[in-house]
Design a protein around this ligand. Structure first.
Ligand code: SF4
Length: 223
């Protein structure tokens, strides 16, 4: 499968994959229109992530190496971001690392504050991280794991061809919307109740062209 290679200046945020999977409009509001409502859910999430991104927390335990806050990117996806945790498991068929002897297989782990979701948003984001790591480290990563803070459980995720295709398709769609600067219209759904942007998304006023237009017209008294 031949993929378009994006220029670095066109890279989008990898974390946008989860927003895009949840709701295309939410992604566009955050990443195209830069609207962001910090409800309790998102603030807690940031605090939780700051622990995972603590660069002082490097650990080596025998055949297990743990790194945190690794910056990653992919020219094929046209995305960059940060991995919460990447474990390197010492095993045959892994890759060599300059600072440690032996062969190591990367295993990305993404931390989530809540519980596993009904949709695939978290799996898609994790798969996007694996694609970045594969491109950077020239290796194959068959699986990774999601760690949920609420039940403190890991959920293993296999990076199937189907999951990978969804990530590539989403990345392509995101770049198209980004180029056009287009914010999809409101499509009210179950997830709207838990959405951190519901106040500014104004689902009930779904015919409004964009949130910026709505805010401008409200401020000028025309809304
Ligand atoms: S409120 Fe609903 S339609 Fe609006 S951004 Fe959130 S999930 Fe999407």
């Amino acid at each position: 499968m031949v993929k378009e290679m994006y220029r670095e200046e066109d890279y989008l945020m990898l974390s946008g994959l989860q927003h895009f999977a949840y709701c295309r409009r939410q992604w566009a509001l955050i990443h195209i229109e830069q609207q962001w409502a910090e409800n309790e859910r998102t603030i807690d999430g940031q605090l939780f992530h700051s622990v995972a991104h603590d660069k002082e927390r490097f650990e080596k335990r025998g055949g297990l190496l743990i790194t945190r806050g690794l910056h990653i990117k992919s020219a094929c996806l046209g995305m960059s971001g940060i991995c919460d945790v990447v474990e390197f498991h010492q095993c045959e068929g892994g890759i060599s690392l300059s600072v440690y002897d032996g062969l190591w297989r990367p295993f990305p782990i993404e931390y989530k504050k809540g519980l596993p979701k009904e949709n695939e948003a978290d799996e898609l984001q994790l798969c996007g991280q694996a694609i970045c790591l594969e491109e950077m480290l020239l290796c194959h990563i068959p699986c990774g794991s999601l760690f949920y803070g609420e039940n403190r459980r890991r959920k293993n995720v296999e990076f199937t061809e189907e999951l990978r295709k969804k990530v590539y398709d989403m990345a392509e769609e995101m770049h198209e919307l980004w180029k056009k600067g287009y914010t999809p219209k409101v499509r009210p759904k179950k997830g709207c109740n838990a959405c951190s942007l519901k106040e500014i998304c104004v689902p009930k006023l779904g015919r409004i062209k964009s949130v910026s237009v709505y805010i401008d017209s409200s401020l000028s008294g025309e809304g």
